[in-house]
Design a protein around this ligand. Structure first.
Ligand code: NAD
Length: 354
């Protein structure tokens, strides 16, 4: 396995170190070989090369089977023009790698139920929802404009999808549902939007090829309500770009902690870019305070989705659960009476349990 590793900025380096330890432990336990190359992105790349996405980074990532990314950005680079800002590197690498599907799991470990805003009875022993969001189409990329009209202005954005774009992500979502609980919900607004009607048509046709997966359809207004009312009814949610942007943030709040959540951006083959959902947390960078669990879960997702190692995913998740069960917490998820640990110790505890 060839892995490109991008520590990035802020807490990026600290959390990536813990993820590397887990990857190494997994390689011993499951007997696989991996090699990795570290490359620059974001502020670190600006400092070293003058640009946020050096050509070498793109080259190394393209030659790899998967990419693991920490986080980028920070106040030091905030005043740069937008094409030189760290975020431009992030968007640039996703685009260069052609990743069109964003997988955002909302996982709530049973031990952290009190961190959620929802009542424990609604959460019924934890949560594990996967949101599959289309990443490079829809309103954010469609035709947009602004014109002057008599007495005011007019602006518009266009939601546009081809059947090809819907087809490729739908197949991905069905495959993911097969690796989970065989349940897929398409979220759309097919009662009013033509693009949503096309989504339903394409998804409905592909569903015939995946009869083992239960398919449901839900309007986005209802879905946003159901996520709060009864989140456990969902397993995999498939949706277009803008709905996915909003629903994935809503779902992540159900879990109560940003530092715990992983994500993946994938395409039609087994390649993927894996990263925690949170940013570079400049307020706690370099202090051994960052929670490395989102990044470690990103490694687990990489082993599952890029390298087909389902058992490794389950074991890493269980190792994290065990550490939480024993009462260990980084500051962001600490409760009264928790055993407070730093980034490194949390990484070591998870490795020991694995
Ligand atoms: P952030 O996610 O970095 O931090 C928000 C809050 O959550 C902070 O208080 C931080 O200390 C805390 N936090 C985040 N991750 C944590 C972790 N692993 N452990 C413990 N606490 C954690 O968001 P922000 O403050 O809005 O952004 C900071 C920088 O990160 C900005 O430059 C922003 O552009 C960038 N950013 C990068 C990414 C990315 O690389 N994917 C995503 C979001 C923001």
């Amino acid at each position: 396995m060839k892995i490109a590793i991008i520590p990035g900025d802020g807490i990026g380096k600290e959390i990536i170190e813990q993820a590397k330890k887990v990857l190494k432990a997994a390689s011993v336990k499951y007997k696989f070989d991996f090699e990795y190359e570290e490359v620059l992105l974001g502020g670190a790349a600006v400092d070293a090369t003058g640009v946020p996405l050096p050509d070498k980074t793109v080259e190394v990532c393209k030659k790899s089977d998967a990419v693991l990314l920490g986080a980028v950005g920070g106040p030091k680079w905030d005043s740069l023009p937008s094409k030189l800002r760290p975020e431009a590197g992030l968007l640039g690498i996703r685009k260069a790698l052609g990743v069109f599907a964003n997988l955002r799991p909302a996982i709530l470990f049973p031990e952290l139920i009190s961190a959620s805003n929802l009542k424990p009875e609604v959460l019924g022993g934890g949560l594990d929802i996967m949101i599959v969001r289309e990443l490079i189409g829809g309103a954010y990329f469609g035709e947009k404009n602004r014109i002057d009209i008599e007495g005011g202005k007019k602006a518009w954005d266009t939601i546009s999808y081809t059947s090809f774009e819907i087809d490729r992500i739908t197949r991905k979502a069905f495959e993911i549902a097969r690796k989970r609980n065989n349940k897929l919900t398409l979220v759309d607004k097919a009662n009013v939007l033509e693009s949503s009607k096309l989504w339903r048509e394409v998804v409905g046709n592909i569903a015939k090829e995946y009869e083992d997966v239960e398919i449901n359809y839900m309007y986005v207004d209802n879905a946003s309500m159901q996520l709060i009312r009864d989140p456990k009814q969902f397993d995999v949610i498939l949706t277009e770009n803008m709905f996915g942007d909003i629903l994935s943030d809503e779902a992540s709040m159900l879990t109560g902690s940003l530092g715990m959540l992983p994500s993946a951006s994938v395409r039609g083959d087994s390649f993927g870019l894996y990263e925690p959902v949170h940013g570079s947390a400049p307020d706690i960078a370099g202090q051994n305070k960052a929670n490395p669990i989102g990044t470690i879960m990103s490694v687990a997702m990489m082993l599952k989705y890029s390298f087909n190692m389902e058992q490794a995913y389950v074991d890493i998740k269980n190792a994290i659960s065990k550490v939480l069960e024993e009462g260990y917490r980084t500051g962001d998820i600490a409760l009264e009476g928790s055993k407070l640990v730093g980034t490194e110790e949390m990484g070591d505890l998870i490795v020991n349990n694995l």
